[in-house]
Ligand binder design. Sequence first.
Ligand SMILES: [Zn+2]
Length: 294
Amino acid sequence: MRALPVTLLTACGLLATACGTAGASGSASPAAGGHAAGVPAGQVATQAAPSAAPGAGRGAGGASRDQATGTARAESLAGKVVVIDPGHNGGNYRDPKAVNRKVNVLTQWKACDTTGTSTNDGYTEAAFSWDVSNRLAKILKSRGATVKLTRSDNNSVGPCITQRAAIGNRAKADAAISIHGDGSAPGNHGFHVIMPKKINGPVDPVVGDSRRLGLAVRDAYHKGTGVPYSTYIGSKALDFRSDLGGLNLSTVPKVFIECGNMRNAAEAAKFRDPAFRQRVALALANGMQHYLQP
Ligand SMILES: [Zn+2]
């Protein structure tokens, strides 16, 4: 993983465009450089559900459990559409003009996207969210869901937060989740889930369902990863915001999760561990499944 200048990597926490930490100080400008604008919608990855889940048919009654995915019932999410939004993009630092372009998120205008944060030793939030999102997609597909990601790689720019919401809307997702790691002060730790508020806007009809989704994800993440509730945001790892474009513009049930604080040394070590990222993905899959199949 290439090391990026620190000023590039603190934008998640500083700008709070897509992240939970607001109010910190410092430069949030992506580095100089640049090329053409964000990812066309056509590049969005569409990953249809497999016709049969791995492990299906093994053992009596298909009751075997896949170690990696925790899948006990084949195709139990058949017919469900899940949109996963891996926060930020690994190439965002290359195009500050496109990334900093102001977009309307109904309650305010804010940057199209940010570079996101990183651990102190350079493991980026974009890489983390990309890895976890793909692990999560694999698990959900193994359970029969149709899964779409809002970006197709971790080397390009964007899409804007408005597009990230629109992708979930167009897919008519039964549930959508945006995956992040926070960039707060080093002494802060723990995870939190962010849910939308009513804003007299398109998200209003799904605020209630988003809250149910958020509670399911909160409980599953806490149980499955052992990461404690945030010590610095929200109440019992639950936060409600009206400044996030990815939530304000969503017409489908949607939440954000800040999986921990990447600037906290203990949590940074976990983020770097592939086995931990698999636990994160499995926990998120279980939370989403609990919401989709109460
Ligand atoms: Zn973020």
